[in-house]
Design a protein around this ligand. Structure first.
Ligand code: R5P
Length: 295
């Protein structure tokens, strides 16, 4: 197996290659003055199972094109099979038509990746797992929530914390965290205005008074969801409030706003390299690749 650490996931890709003892193939990339992307593989992939590690966090369009170009280069240079490891899968939230006239963005992205030469895909905490069923190649989702919860038990020595999902659709995330944290879990009711993007969050049926609460979400983008959830948890008398997410996009001043809302710490993964990326996805991805390629 050969691992290509794409320009967006150089560190993570290198960690995965090390854990697997797999040969890394470096890729040269640049952007032309007019904004177009360019890639060139700097090693042989002839007759190999090739894994491309490339997250597609902002700038999403640029990183998706880089991924497609690397897949094309791999196939053109004789790769037997190309597996894309895309920890943060861009466009996954537009997984249906919400307002008439919209595209199903994630389906368009999947078709584009297939056309570029990708044979299978591995992602982490995709917004809705069922979206992967519509992909034109095998696609699997892994969950990093247990790793994030473990960080709290080991590094923060938090005991029996209350795991909170910011909306009902994410309750499975809070459930996964609860299993590791050993406390209770619950969810808030979130509403997002489809035209303005404004988020409002309502209380759920649970008691966090005096307890340590950890809000678990797949993505932190503008921080609006976590800020609204943290305010409610403080109103409900939570002792300490933390936030954990798999994909810390942290757009603009999201981190500052979250801290100002009384969140003691934010813990994210290296799906998106950021100031809060304290947990690495490398062991999770390496374990899965090992099983995939031995089976
Ligand atoms: C959406 O439902 C996701 O699970 C996240 O809650 C959302 O993407 C977070 O976005 P923001 O940080 O902008 O509120």
């Amino acid at each position: 197996m050969k691992i290509i650490a794409g320009p967006a996931s150089k560190e993570l890709g290198t960690r995965v290659a090390k854990l697997l003892n797999a040969e890394p193939v470096s890729v040269f990339s640049k952007t032309f003055p007019d904004g177009e992307s360019y890639v060139r593989l700097e090693g042989s992939v002839e007759s190999e199972n090739v894994v491309i590690v490339q997250t597609t966090s902002p700038p999403q369009d640029n990183r998706l094109i880089q991924l497609a170009l690397i897949a094309d280069a791999a196939k053109r240079n004789g790769a037997k099979k190309v597996t894309a490891v895309v920890p943060y899968l861009a466009y996954a939230r537009q997984d249906k038509v919400f307002l008439q006239g919209e595209a199903i963005s994630i389906e368009a992205v999947a078709k584009m990746l297939k056309a570029a030469g990708i044979d299978s895909l591995l992602t982490v905490n995709v917004h809705q797992e069922k979206v992967l069923e519509k992909f034109p190649f095998p696609a699997k989702n892994l969950s990093a929530i247990p790793l994030l919860a473990e960080y709290f038990t080991k590094e923060k020595v938090v005991k029996e914390a209350f795991a909170i999902a910011p909306d009902k659709g994410a309750v499975y995330i809070a459930e996964q965290a609860r299993k590791v944290l050993g406390g209770e879990c619950g969810y808030l009711e979130k509403h997002r205005d489809r035209y303005t993007g404004q988020v409002s969050v309502e209380k759920g049926e649970f008691n966090v008074k005096g307890k340590t609460a950890i809000i678990f979400d797949d993505i932190i983008s503008t921080g609006g969801t976590i800020v609204a959830a943290a305010k409610i948890l403080h109103e409900l008398g939570a002792g300490r409030v933390y936030a954990a997410c798999v994909h810390p996009l942290l757009v603009g001043d999201a981190e500052k706003r979250i801290r100002e809302a009384g969140v003691e710490d934010i813990v994210g993964t290296d799906s998106v390299q950021s100031s809060v990326s304290k947990v690495s996805l490398a062991p999770l991805i390496a374990k899965e690749l090992k099983e995939l390629l031995s089976g």
